[in-house]
Write a protein that binds this ligand. Structure first.
Ligand code: BES
Ligand code: ZN
Length: 481
């Protein structure tokens, strides 16, 4: 790794010392945040998301921010109406001679249960070998707290905050950020009118050693394929051989979506994929990414592609289709000799530039309908789409905003950052870019092996603390542009 040593200016050095000193308190705060089960996908836990938003609202208030919990309306889930959690919007500082930076993060998390195979309770932050395990530790409670602690460090050391800040912290990101885009669009000429730059901390390093700046994300389209066969579940002994089974119909369809090498079988799906330049491929080759370590970490022996660059191309610059699960299918232990009455297969496609979610969705629907027509099953098919999908986002990272984050990274990590795209999605990124017309930067805090969405999600204590310094240094450097 190329080593760069940068002098740390005195005010920043003071801020860093405070962050170092307050380490334990910062971990304690993360422990409190992780203990709130703010799972946005579970309607029964919606009150916890609300609790989480109130918790964060309080924290920002203590920092002196002007805050507002903004209602975003209702969501229809399984034919029931449920209230969406409010979005926390705030501002701190209004000195017109300073730059204004808008920070975005999310406080909802993916579902987690110890029975999924966690080594410790997912909602109890647990420290092992300088790693902090808990749902949301890296995605995205750790980074949101990082911003709060960076501000606290400026304030408590009597160091003037070099920028004005605006905050958007939401509780529905893991469920597609429902309602957020509409809310933000309404505030284009008010809240956003003086924003100079946008920074999102909700991505990860590519590997485990080298810091990165993220300049692209994939988009996404999600689908449910519902097959209804009977009005109730049936005994397979009594009805096997009598009825057309919904589950076999569904497996037939799902099996035709993608081949075993990951190639998507939907006609036309690759037509709009922007070709990769040789220059881009060369850049990918230079990145610090150890395929063997990456695979060992997740217990996988053979990847879909042989080389590092082909794997990165597959993950960043090509669409991929994943089948996530089947609602209504028996999944408990032991045998239940049942023919499920109705099953919903759930899958999603990650999208890359220049794919359009609407066009992809039309291609998917017409392909599934054609498979269904040839199947000649009397069962009922319904294709479900929960939203319009997310458009992929990519930006030119060679601007002064990225340069400021580059310098901040060198100050904290004594290393130049890699420039990476991420295979995941953050639905609001493109909207933030469109509304503000300003540069959006993704500043990762966690490492590539943090296990977001997985069992034993963690954030390294080092990433949590140095990442907080990085945020403080970013605010310092961005104020100089
Ligand atoms: N932090 C992730 C986004 C991400 C994933 C960035 C992988 C970099 C690498 C975010 O919280 C997330 O998981 N988003 C969802 C969005 C979806 C529900 C629309 C995702 O990507 O699945
Ligand atoms: Zn996530």
């Amino acid at each position: 790794m190329s080593k760069v040593t940068k002098d740390i200016e005195a005010p920043l050095a003071k801020v860093f010392r405070y962050i170092e000193q307050e380490k334990n308190n910062f971990v304690e705060n993360l422990k409190n945040a992780v203990s709130i089960k703010s799972v946005s996908a579970d309607p029964n836990l919606r009150f916890e998301v609300l609790k989480m938003m109130n918790w964060a609202n309080n924290k920002l208030k203590i920092l002196g921010a002007e805050v507002e919990l903004c209602e975003t309306g209702i969501q229809v889930m399984n034919n029931e109406k449920i209230e969406l959690p409010p979005v926390l919007m705030g501002k701190l500082g209004n000195n017109t001679s300073k730059k204004t930076i808008c920070l975005y993060g999310h406080l909802d998390v993916q579902p987690a249960d110890i029975s999924d195979g966690w080594s410790s309770e997912p909602f109890i932050l647990t420290k092992r070998d300088d790693k902090l395990y808990g749902r949301g530790s890296s995605d995205d409670k750790g980074p949101v707290l990082g911003w709060m602690h960076a501000i606290e460090a400026y304030q408590q050391t009597g160091t003037e905050l070099p920028v004005n800040l605006k905050f958007i912290f939401e509780g529905m990101e893991e469920s597609g950020s429902i309602g957020l885009s509409e809310l933000l669009s309404k505030r284009k000429d008010t809240f956003f009118s003086d924003v100079d730059y946008v920074c999102v901390s909700d991505s990860y390093w590519l590997g485990t050693e080298k810091p990165c700046l993220t300049y692209g994300l994939r988009g996404m389209c999600s689908f449910g394929v519902e097959i209804k066969g009977s009005s109730k579940d049936l005994h397979s002994g009594m009805y096997g051989g009598i009825v057309f089974e919904a589950m076999s119909d569904l497996i037939h369809i799902l099996d035709k979506l993608v081949d075993h090498k990951g190639k998507i079988l939907i006609p036309g799906i690759y037509n709009d994929v922007e070709p990769l330049s040789e220059k881009e491929k060369e850049l990918f080759m230079k990145l610090d990414f150890n395929v063997d370590n990456h695979l060992t970490d997740i217990g996988v022996s053979k990847p879909l592609k042989e080389t590092k660059e082909d794997l990165l191309i597959n993950n960043w610059r090509k669409p991929s289709l994943s089948i996530h699960g089947i609602e209504g299918a028996f999944s408990g232990s032991g045998f239940k000799t049942v023919i499920p009455r109705k099953v919903i297969g759930k899958f999603s496609i990650r999208l890359v530039p220049n794919q359009d979610p609407k066009k992809v969705s039309d291609q998917v629907k017409s392909y599934i309908n054609s498979i269904w027509n040839s199947r000649k099953s009397p069962n009922k098919l319904k294709i479900i789409q929960s939203n319009d999908g997310e458009i992929p986002w990519i930006t030119d990272p060679f601007n002064s905003h990225f340069m400021a984050a580059h310098r901040a990274t060198e100050i904290v990590y004594n290393s130049e950052p890699d420039y990476t795209i991420c295979g995941g999605s953050i639905p609001i990124t493109l909207t933030l870019e469109k509304i503000t017309g300003k540069s959006v930067l993704l500043l990762p805090m966690g490492a590539g092996d943090d296990g977001a969405h997985s069992q034993d999600e963690k954030i390294n204590l080092l990433n949590y603390i140095e990442g907080t310094k990085l945020m403080a240094a970013y605010l310092y450097e961005v104020s100089k542009i």
